[in-house]
Design a protein around this ligand. Structure first.
Ligand code: FE2
Ligand code: FE2
Length: 166
């Protein structure tokens, strides 16, 4: 499917707010792909579709998996790099690829995002992608710990991996 067609289909599947977030993530991913010499078209498609399987009360982790599956089944994406960028956009993973990093951060800093620390995260993201992921994961993990929610092991592994790599 072409990008315009993907947008059309996605618009039918998502509410207005999530659709706007998807478009903004696509644009942010494009911007990051230009900075870090990623594949621009793949970054745009992955950014656009990263939440395509998100429905109402889905928890944060499972919606990424569902989105990856729907991207294959409904949107006809057969590129593994794009699928992985969608699948790992909430947790990251050990040895994540550039495209995965781009979509991970684009999702967290697109212009509609408003939360404590997002401005700083944006600045870091434009100069050091790995550092931005480290900061983002650290604050997510801190948030989860404070609320005594269940810690996602994949996020912890990603964080440790990126820190060791520094
Ligand atoms: Fe998401
Ligand atoms: Fe998202």
């Amino acid at each position: 499917m072409e990008l315009e067609k993907l947008k059309e289909e996605l618009k039918k599947d998502l509410g207005q707010k999530l659709y706007n977030h998807s478009i903004a993530t696509m644009e942010e991913a494009e911007k990051l792909a230009k900075i870090y010499r990623g594949h621009i078209e793949k970054a745009k498609i992955a950014g656009l579709l990263h939440d395509c399987g998100k429905r109402g009360k889905d928890d944060n982790i499972s919606h990424a998996k569902k989105s990856a599956e729907l991207a294959i089944e409904k949107y006809g994406i057969d590129n593994e790099e794009i699928i992985n960028a969608i699948r790992y956009h909430t947790t990251g993973r050990v040895k994540m690829a550039l495209l995965e990093k781009i979509v991970f951060i684009a999702d967290k800093i697109e212009p509609n995002r408003a939360y404590d620390g997002v401005e700083e995260l944006r600045k870091i993201a434009y100069s050091n992608l790995d550092e931005a992921i480290i900061r983002s994961l650290e604050s997510t993990i801190e948030y989860v710990k404070k609320r005594k929610m269940e810690l996602n092991i994949e996020s912890v592994n990603t964080l440790n991996y990126l820190k060791e790599k520094k």
